[in-house]
Design a protein around this ligand. Structure first.
Ligand SMILES: [Ca+2]
Ligand SMILES: [Ca+2]
Ligand SMILES: [Ca+2]
Ligand SMILES: [Ca+2]
Length: 310
């Protein structure tokens, strides 16, 4: 829709060059992605989760944000256009629910007005419908940025506390620091075009949010949108995990979490599934995390219960 402003600064940062895994976007502000009802949160940059919790169902869509403005990020689940808010990072049910947008809408999370509370924006193509309260109702702000097919990241790029958008095209990022229709203000290069990129406030001294790159189970975090090597490199979880970002303990520093199904054990056998396709769906759901946990694939060709009818 809008042509983004041409290069003002072209700065290459984070010169790590490893083989890439194909992964969905897992940035702050976007849907977490992945499956599983089990969440492993880590308040520091090491390999061990210090909070493990269960929330909702494995196929729920999930988002991270500070819904009550108390300084800590927690999960929110989505079923169609119903959102289930939880305000603590512990196992339990929703604290509140509300409806917003249409079931097929793409939803982004951000603190759009800088008041300390995260709310939703609905994306329809290159147009964004921003709402500054977590409740049912009409959008407070509507603006357009970039093209309908662009991937976007949400963050506080200039450190003034409000979140805005970056359009990502391959390894190039176009920054805008307000929610008005118009051109980008700056752009820069980061990592490789195929990288999975995370957004976060990784360190106490940094101004606003910066980026991190995920390669398999290794994370390369850079504390500013400037040239240079990663400031923090560490391993977390498994390469198949879905990773996401939040400030779980409210210390102002964002860290990681991963999402994973809980292990179902070997309770089911092929005759327990109505059709082989049901068995295959079960197999495909758990295989990335636990392998053939129910032993449905006797000949190891990743086709489950081929002898079943259907
Ligand atoms: Ca909160
Ligand atoms: Ca807000
Ligand atoms: Ca900002
Ligand atoms: Ca924190």
């Amino acid at each position: 829709m809008n042509k983004l402003q041409r290069a003002i600064t072209a700065t290459t940062i984070a010169g790590v060059g490893l083989t890439l895994l194909a992964s969905p976007a897992q940035a702050k502000g976007d849907e977490i992605g992945g499956v599983g009802e089990q969440y492993f949160l880590n308040d520091s940059f090491n390999g061990a989760a210090n909070r493990v919790l269960f929330y909702g169902e494995g196929r729920d869509r999930a988002y991270v944000g500070d819904w009550d403005g108390n300084g800590t990020d927690t999960l929110m689940l989505r079923r169609g256009n119903t959102f289930l808010v939880r305000n603590s990072s512990t196992t339990g049910g929703a604290d509140s629910t509300f409806a917003y947008g249409d079931p097929g809408d793409t939803v982004l999370v951000g603190d759009w007005d800088g008041n300390g509370t995260d709310t939703l924006a609905v994306r329809r193509g290159g147009t964004y419908h921003v709402k500054n309260t977590v409740s049912t109702g009409y959008a407070d702000t509507v603006f357009s940025y970039g093209d309908p097919g662009d991937s976007v990241l949400v963050g506080d790029w200039d450190g003034d506390d409000d979140d805005t958008l970056v359009v990502r095209r391959g390894g190039r990022y176009f920054v805008k620091n307000d929610l008005n229709t118009g051109y980008s203000e700056t752009d820069f290069y980061y990592g490789n075009p195929g990288d999975t990129v995370l957004v976060g406030h990784w360190s106490a001294g940094q101004k606003g949010d910066a980026l991190g790159v995920r390669r398999g189970g290794t994370y390369h975090l850079r504390n500013s949108l400037t040239s240079g090597p990663a400031d923090t490199v560490f391993g977390y979880g498994n390469p198949g995990d879905t990773a996401f970002v939040g400030d779980w303990n409210g210390d102002g520093i964002d860290s990681l979490g991963v999402r994973r199904p809980s292990n179902p054990g070997d309770d089911l056998d092929c005759p327990d599934f109505p059709t082989r396709w049901d068995a295959q769906a079960y197999f495909d759901y758990y295989y990335p995390y636990y392998g053939d946990v129910a032993r449905l694939d006797a000949d190891n060709d990743r086709k489950a219960c081929e002898a079943n009818a259907g």
